[in-house]
Write a protein of this length. Sequence first.
Length: 303
Amino acid sequence: MGDTTQFSNSQMLEWMGYIAKMEDVTPEKIKILNTCGKRRNVLATIATHKRILIFADETHDNLLYKCWEAGYGDYEMYYGTGYEPSEMKHCKVSDMMDDPISGPTVLFIVNENTRESMIFGMKNENFSNGTVKYVGHEIRAVIMNKLELDVRDVALLVNSESVAIEASMIAYEGVIVAYERDEGSKRTMEENIDKFGVHNIEVITDLEEDTLKELPIPRLAFIVATKESIDNDIESLLKVNPDIKFIFYTLELDILTDVKTAMEKHGIKVTEVMQITVAKTDKHSVFEAQPAPWMITGEPMQK
């Protein structure tokens, strides 16, 4: 193995069998997450699974402290070390939150009250208070539906802080590239990454070819459009993926027109134009005005 922690498939299966027998549950009820040398969204995975078997090393040395910080301190945990199954310490996450992880470590975390589902459209108060004005959570739920992300997807999101966080939780084995146009948005994005413990977001500050070629190739791009950058954004992304799918978001009708024109100019077929409207009342039964954004979807035409 050398100095690198690397559980083999057979070792992980042996640990799985050991824990399934110990807990008297079928393996299908246990979620496996291998974090050794990898950036994985541990907190998001714990939040959506009742039983999670984590293979860890010093890559996430403060993992248990992060779990406690996220509110999982009272969760039941079994703690073991080594590549081969052996007796595990039974405790709560909070009991070991100050112990850094080093070397091959196996964690089995249990919370029967966890809802095993992903909730689209998290409330805005969950996000960091920064310079960003977040999109309404109902509208974000529609956006997440339109992205149609796979767990191993790669997507590029432009000025879409809260959308990027939710996207990273869905594509937890993929990569979300977050392009932030200004320093305030970049800082807020980084605060949210730390707050939610998501490790598969790459924050960049430009769409230059030299920057993008160092990153995984995105399948799709979700872009909060600005009038000055539509053409440049399209040109840059077509260079790294000529088949990339585009979804533009705007509140302005003139930008909607500019996006459609730019798409046609670059050989991108507009496949859908949708306006999202949300009508709801406050606690006094008074209707609250909600922004009604446009979403324009397009894909490069086959040559």
